[in-house]
Structure formats: C-alpha cells, structure tokens
Ligand binder design. Structure first.
Ligand code: FES
Length: 522
C-alpha cells in the first residue's frame, strides 16, 4: 500500500485493489481564514483526481472542498458514504455530479473486489456538522486506520479490526476557543495551556489504544494567513496556543515513550511493505525541517502569495444588502417554536452584536427581537454583519461550519460553557433541528458504575457518552474526561465545564454494585 499525503487530512491511498481519495482540501475555508499547512499548492491534481473511490470523512469545509471536487475529481469515482442519519453528504455530492455511492453501515465491513473498508461513524449533534467518521482500509497486506479528526468512543469494536500498520490522527485544535473569547489575557492564556495539553493527551490516548505499528499525525493544524488572524499560528511553540504542529506531537509522543511516529508533508509518500513503513518527502529533509523551524518566514511567504485571494474573498462579502433583524426573526422564530430541548438546554438569551444592529435570540420566550439597553443576556457574539448577511443570503443552515469556525468573531458568556448554544447554530433548518431534538430526547444516560478514587461513578460521560474507565483521569477529586476535557467534581457530581450536566457519583462506602451494575437514573 502506498499513501500520499495531500495536506491536512487529504490522503491518496493506492492499493493492489484500487485507490481511495480521502478529504482533499485545497481552497481556503471559512472566509479565507483557514489554509492547508504546510501548503499543498505544488501538488498536481491530475495525479490523484481519478480515484476508484472517494471518501469524505465529514462535511466540514477543510474536508469537503466543493470547488476542488467539482473541478478536479472524476465523477466516475464511487463515493464511500459514512453512516450519517441525514443525507447531506450524498445530496451535496450529487449536486457536484457524483452518481455512484456505497452507503456503509457503522463499523460494518464492506468488501470491494479485494479491498476491505470499514467506516466508523459518529452522529451526536456535537460530532462535526452532525456527523464525523474514520476509515479503516485493508488490502490484504496492509491495514490502516484514518481516524482523521473523529473521536470514536467504541474502542473495543475499533480495535477488533486491528492490528493496524498505520494510524493517521488529528492532534491539534480546530476551534475558536479560547481565542475568540473576550476575557482577561491571563485567563485566556491559562485556558489555552489547558486546551493544548488536553488535545495532546487525548490524541496520545488514542495512539495507545489503537497501538498501530506507525503513527502519522495529520488533519491539522490549518494555518491562518489573513492579517486579522495571523497571530493564531503557533510560531514559537507557545504552550497556550491550541494549534501545535506535527513536530510538537511527534516530540510529545517520544517524551511518552512512543517512537513510531512518522512525519508527512503534502507530497510525502508512505510505502508499507512487510510490516515496514518508509516515507519519502517531496523536498530534501533540511527543507522539510525549515518549514517548522522557521515557520514565520514560511508563512509570511505563503501569505504574500495568497493575499490577492484573501482580498478577493473578503471584498466579495455582502455589505448592507440584507435587513438582518427581520430576516433572522423570520428564519429563527419558527425553529424556536419546535426546539423544546434546545431551548431548555440554553434557557437564556443570546445577543448578536452586529455593529449597526443588535439582535436578541431569546430561548426562554422563544422569540427574536431587537436589543434594548435593559435586556440581560447570557451569551454575546460580536460579529462583522457582513458574515451574518452572507449566512442569510446563502441560507446557511450550519453556522458552525462557516461563520464560527472562521474564528472571525468575539464571544462572551456568563457562567459555564453551554454546548446547546453552539449546537443550535448547527441545526438551522426543520430537518436538522428535528434530528437534534430527537437525539437529545433519546440520549438517556447509561448508569453503569465504576470505581474512581473514593467514589462509584457513572461509567458513561454525561457529555457524549465516552467510557470514563478509558477516558477518565482523576486527580484531587476532580475527574477529567479526556475526550473533550469536561471536568467533574466527584464529591458533588457537579460538572465544572457545563452547568446543565451532572455526573452520578456516590462514595465507595455506600457501594452497592459492581462496575457493571445498572442503577436507575439519578
Ligand atoms: S465525551 Fe466529551 S468530555 Fe466526555
């Protein structure tokens, strides 16, 4: 098996039984905020644009590059579809001209004339844009797992398909937190340090669980070339920066006794044979190193090449074409009427501060109205109105996969993080909203218990059901679920990350069951 890195999460997998193109991303995403790092400008699409199969892990725009797919990928490719509950990916790809699809079932192997593929799909409202996935490919000689940026929770099923020769996984941040938050610089730094450390340890845990022969960090970080965001790049290995590059993760792995990491840049080719992996880079080794050791110069030059495109994208944004308040009222109020569980979850007001107008989304009264000075609010988003006009004119139903991931906004909140707020902005259509409402309604937590410190503790994380016996880390009475970093005070069960969630705990002296005992909902 031969795998060429196409940059970011992009892979071109060539096997004895056919080729698979995965997540090719070449055009800037999110209003010219994100660019592939290192640059993949030099790659020739003709060398990988005619694959047998196309696999897109999810619809985030750094994985689903519609322009590139339209212009450079053969429509004869058969698409391997993850098992997502809503048909957005198929619809989007049909819109681009693809006609051949294989719909996979979660973790069900599919045999393709000698090639075996398995897609593990994640479908919680918080997983990507209502769905994220990872891909296992087995050509009879080599077996790899492209975890991408998915966060699988069913590790037993996953590892039952191993052992793996290679594990490709994300290790860096891909979010606006904490940079977009309006808070004292010191607090922001502290949160950044914590987030960077959590990301690295979460990925390390996956590396250990999957236990592949070789580990290849990929799927991020992006780089930021617009002047407004250039400072987000991790130039000097700032411990508070959430975008560490692959050299940081490879070193982190080594510090923890794992030395089977391999580095790839766009155009690098990894060949797997007889249990071994050799990587050939498109540049001499010293030039590869310079990309990371002199990142500032590298990105300055990249930025200069991309400046005309950045200017063009920003200039094309609509300004003053839309009356925002009436448009949002007309769009959001019918959704709020249907959003019982989302509204209970948010239970407050969100203020959109859009320079020339301020709009309140009131999840208690389920109304949208103009802000008056005395109105209190729980969440504040300060956004360039041009971005909101763009969302309205294009009727974008997922503002996370667009506006928020652009990092071009400022946020403020009272109290703890509330995932329902961001999830609401992902489900801005009746179909999406219904899905999230049903999901919340059905996700009654499992109450298996396990022993953690001096407590018997609910085994599944209240956030997204990660198995806390695997992902939980206890220190001084605080349990951290390392999958997304949520923390719980074991003595009280109180979630320190999100107000609405609690963890069932009871002191071990009152222990009445074993790890597998099932108790009633607490
Ligand atoms: S599953 Fe997300 S923090 Fe536990």
């Amino acid at each position: 098996m031969k795998i060429t890195s196409l940059g970011h999460a992009g892979l071109f997998i060539e096997t004895r039984h056919g080729s698979i193109l995965c997540d090719p991303w070449f055009n800037p995403a999110y209003f010219a905020s994100w660019f592939p790092f290192p640059s993949n400008e030099g790659l020739d699409p003709a060398t990988f644009g005619n694959p047998d199969y196309l696999y897109l892990s999810h619809l985030h725009l750094d994985h689903f590059d519609a322009q590139f797919l339209r212009e450079h990928v053969s429509k004869k490719a058969t698409v391997l579809l993850p098992d997502f509950p809503l048909g957005f990916m198929e619809r989007a790809l049909r819109g681009l001209g693809f006609t051949s699809f294989i719909k996979t079932d979660n973790f069900e192997p599919v045999e393709l004339d000698g090639l075996r593929v398995i897609i593990g799909s994640l479908v919680a409202p918080t997983d990507g844009p209502l769905g994220d996935s990872g891909l296992i490919v087995d050509d009879g000689e080599t077996r790899i797992f492209d975890q991408n940026d998915s966060r699988p929770v069913d590790l037993e099923t996953l590892t039952s398909f191993g052992p793996f020769d290679a594990h490709f996984l994300q290790f860096s941040g891909a979010i606006w937190y904490p940079m977009a938050y309006d808070m004292p610089e010191k607090a922001k730094q502290a949160l950044g340090v914590k987030k960077r450390a959590n990301q690295l340890s979460r990925s390390l845990r996956y590396v250990r669980h999957i236990d592949a022969s070789f580990v290849i960090p990929h799927a991020g970080p992006p780089c930021f070339l617009d002047d407004d965001l250039f400072h987000f790049n991790d130039f000097e290995r700032d411990p508070a920066n959430i975008f560490p590059d692959q050299t940081v993760f490879l070193e982190f792995m080594e510090e923890h006794g794992i030395d089977n990491g391999r580095s790839m840049i766009p155009g690098s080719v990894a060949s797997f044979e007889g249990g071994d992996c050799t990587v050939e880079h498109p540049l001499p080794e010293d030039q590869v190193q310079t990309i990371f050791t002199d990142k500032r110069s590298y990105l300055e030059e990249y930025k200069a090449r991309k400046q005309p495109l950045i200017n063009e994208i920003k200039t094309a944004l609509p300004r003053g074409q839309v009356a925002i308040f009436p448009a949002l009222k007309e769009w959001f109020e019918p959704l709020l009427e249907q959003a019982d569980l989302n509204c209970v979850g948010i239970n407050g007001r969100v203020l959109l501060d859009l320079e020339r107008e301020k709009v309140v989304l009131d999840f208690q009264q389920r109304r949208v109205y103009e802000y008056a000075e005395e109105t209190s609010y729980d969440y504040l988003f300060r956004i360039d109105p041009a971005l909101v006009e763009h969302q309205i004119l294009n009727h974008e139903e997922d503002w996370i996969n667009g506006l928020f991931l652009s990092c071009r906004f400022e946020a403020k909140r009272r109290g703890a993080y509330n995932e329902y707020v961001y999830n609401f902005f992902k489900v801005l259509s009746p179909e999406r909203l219904r899905y999230s409402e049903d999901y919340y309604a059905q996700s009654a937590p499992v109450r298996q218990l396990w022993e953690c410190g001096n407590f018997m503790v609910q085994r599944s994380c209240p956030h997204l059901k990660a198995d806390l016996t695997r992902f939980g880390e206890e220190k001084d009475g605080i349990l951290t679920c390392t999958l997304h970093g949520w923390q719980f005070d074991l003595a009280t069960g109180k979630c320190l990350t999100s107000d609405e969630n609690r963890l069932y705990t009871r002191p071990t002296v009152e222990k009445i069951g074993e790890e597998t005992s099932v108790t009633s909902q607490h």
